[in-house]
Design a protein around this ligand. Structure first.
Ligand code: NAP
Length: 244
């Protein structure tokens, strides 16, 4: 039975790898010598992959479409032989108080942030052997109440539950499953927050600043390769969740 990660280069699948954390995670893994597939819906994903490097491939796939995820995983397994690391990073934020959020926004957030990782894991598992590693990207608001985040918070809390169940289910196959939990990080997802709200958020973060995508990527890299860590929740939030 293999107890450590497969030898290098490892093969990574990073959902939502076209920008934000996903891109930073792909860049980090590629810089360390691994090969990476980044998945996203928009056409620029192939160009982003080329920008990152020769060992990176971009695939257009919608995380809410299990058929597209299966096709992507099968293509990668045919090219690489196996998939070693899956990072479930693609995510969607839509806010609104519970009596105001549109039903379709609730569904879109749950489909993307919870059913998406479930579908991706099912697509990848047939091609992942002992030593495989799954890193899910959660959020502080999956553990702490933030008004207006009913859909987003519920989806990320669900992902935390999925992480723990699968850590136990997949341990017998020597596949590890962990959850990295960022706080407030500068990306396109948070770009729309106005200056006043942003300043208020900074006041709630003990380190008094937003995180950078590279800071999350470094943690994901380390978690992906930690051979005795499974079912863990790794918070990376400048102290935000301690102070809420
Ligand atoms: P982002 O800049 O908005 O990037 C989201 C990525 O997900 C993009 O590559 C996007 O590409 C992809 N994506 C969205 N919907 C998709 C779908 N249906 N199918 C395939 N790909 C899809 O977000 P981010 O800030 O980097 O966030 C990355 C992850 O961290 C998310 O799970 C988010 O919830 C989580 N997070 C973020 C923060 C933060 O402060 N930024 C904090 C905590 C947790 P396409 O649009 O081309 O599909």
């Amino acid at each position: 039975m293999r107890k450590s990660l497969p030898p290098k280069p490892r093969s990574w699948v990073v959902t939502g790898g076209s920008r934000g954390f996903g891109r930073a995670i792909a860049e980090h893994a590629a810089a360390k010598g691994d090969r990476v597939a980044i998945l996203a819906r928009n056409g620029n994903v192939e160009a982003v992959a080329r920008e990152i490097g020769d060992t990176v491939v971009g695939i257009r796939a919608d995380i809410t479409r299990p058929d597209e995820l299966r096709a992507a995983a099968e293509r990668l397994a045919a090219d690489w032989g196996h998939i070693d690391v899956l990072v479930n990073n693609a995510g969607l934020h839509r806010g609104g108080l519970v009596d105001q959020i549109a039903e379709e926004d609730w569904q879109a957030v749950l489909s993307t942030n919870l059913s998406g990782p479930f579908g991706m894991i099912r697509a990848v598992l047939p091609h992942m052997g002992a030593g495989g590693s799954i890193v899910n990207v959660g959020a502080v608001v999956g553990f702490r109440g933030f008004p207006g985040d009913s859909a987003y918070g519920a989806s990320k809390a669900g992902l935390a539950g999925l992480t723990q169940v699968l850590a136990v289910e997949l341990a017998r196959r020597q596949i590890r499953v962990n959850l990295v939990v960022p706080g407030f990080v500068s990306t396109e997802m948070t770009a729309g927050i106005d200056e006043k709200a942003r300043k208020k958020l900074h006041q709630r973060i003990p380190m008094r600043r937003e995180g950078r995508p590279e800071e999350i990527a470094e943690v994901v890299w380390w978690v992906a390769g930690s051979t005795y860590m499974t079912g863990s929740v790794i918070t990376t939030d400048g102290g935000l969740s301690c102070a809420l």
